[in-house]
Design a protein around this ligand. Sequence first.
Ligand code: LHQ
Length: 264
Amino acid sequence: MSYQTILFGQRDSVAIITLNRPKVLNACNRQLMEELADALKTCERDPAIRCVLLTGAGRAFCSGQDLSALEELGGHGEQLPVAAHLRRLYNPVILRMRKMEKPILAAVNGVAAGAGMSLALACDLRIAAESATFIQSFVHIGLVPDAGSSYFLVRMLGLGRAFELAVSERRVSAQEALELGLVNRVVPDDRLAEEAMTWARELAQGPTRAIGLTKRALNRALLLDVDEMLDYEAQLQQIAAATADSAEGIRAFLEKRRPNFQGR
Ligand code: LHQ
């Protein structure tokens, strides 16, 4: 599939997906969501890809649903089939991101608004430029958080702070997002691309299976009781311990050298 609304490249086992509609701050229309889903499918399936880096072209990360393209949904006013649109285009992308057993790093280069903020939160890690901002734009237009924003916010912030953010018109700065735990790192704007790539490369050189299984564990840890979780950890460890990378990690430790993981 050739893409018009995203850029898709690969460097050093890192797939780089750039949302690319800069004139509308990378707002999501139907085509962008379909292309993003397709690119994520490739990332999932290609064993040579061991980390995904998601970023935006121009001055924004993503401004959420393209509000000038609502006619693509078909219908209007009360008849606007928003639920069907979310289920068809957004929810599969968010699920794919959470279920992909590879690390996904968001390089948040500018504003992340509405479902654009949801996309950033659906990544495993976030590095933000100093000037990046985060807005739960939904409430500004009389809507509720979607594309996973309510799920992620309440888990990352706790109930009180999630509610405050979801119903406020406030833009959260990168620094505040760091203090709240919404992003992992903040770097000067002109360092973002390089720092993000360095981090993505490090992640791509890791034991990919163990990292993927860790993601599976943390997804489940949000839902299970401690006894069930202990058992689930034991199951996952059985799988991880059988990987070539685990054998290499143990061998490298005993030989006092750095491991050379192959992602298997
Ligand atoms: C845009 C957008 C945009 C179109 C900037 N659409 N053009 C909802 C409904 C249905 C189904 C599925 O899901 C959803 C989920 C959602 O995501 S709802 C939330 C949708 N997003 C928003 O409400 C955010 C709207 N944008 C803004 O509030 C501002 O643009 C932000 C705060 C992001 C950035 O502000 P500024 O830096 O001041 O930029 P700007 O407003 O001047 O935008 C630059 C251009 O981009 C401008 O076009 P123009 O022709 O005047 O240069 C905007 O119209 C366009 N743009 N976001 N979502």
